[in-house]
Design a protein around this ligand. Sequence first.
Ligand code: PAF
Length: 281
Amino acid sequence: MVVVSTIVDLQSRLDSIKKLSIGFVPTMGALHQGHISLVKKSIEENDITVVSIFVNPTQFNDKNDFQKYPRTLEQDASLLEKVGVDIIFAPTEKEIYPEPDTRKFDFGMLDKVMEGKFRPGHFNGVAQVVSKLFDIVKPNKAYFGEKDFQQLAIIRTMVKQLNLPLEIVGMPIMREQSGLAMSSRNERLTAEERAEAAIIYKQLSESLKYSSDHNIEETIKYVTEGINDAKHLEVEYFDIVDGNTLQPITDWNSTDYIVGCIAVFCGNVRLIDNITYKRTN
Ligand code: PAF
């Protein structure tokens, strides 16, 4: 395995192996088993796997969150080496943004709700960095976790809009034993908060049964109140949406793909998760 930090070095290595298929896992580091599941899938499906580690400043609407984001390159590299990654691309900010990126993406209503509504500019920043990384790495397939449900929908849309010649692969959420969705942010929780954060998935799971004889409004209330009852948890939003358009729905029969997406503050750490109520398409 090699670690490279410049585009030139990365591309000259990739040029020499051009006939091979390239799998790509973009990350911001602080890797956990959720990332590793993406990496393993990429290794299984491609000749070469590239993992990028770059904490992208343009997707943070909160400077404090950007500064506090865990940076653990050495630890990440040794984890990736063990799994069998070929190349880690760990660029500097100047390497990715030699000039400020002024591009504005238009995702219609997709980024006007949920994360897009509560983190203005976030998805534009994600699209900026992911489109640059795709252009640099030129992967055949790129792997993303379904925990970031809205991000995955936006990246799929961006790939269509830009006619990018690659396949986007979505991978199921990995959970801790308690049910808490794996996230780099979990590291910032105290032991007490981490134990309590398990209530998020517990309540989402229980709402699957509850939803069979309650309407959407009642289900939203059930999830939100159940979570807000916990000492350290505060729901920012819980929306039940059409899984394709991401727009909130008011009737279980209005579409055949229904997902509940949630953002919760646990102390001052913001966590997201989601659950599929229905998928028949
Ligand atoms: O999901 C993430 O970790 C980031 O949003 C991504 C896709 C690596 C872009 O910075």
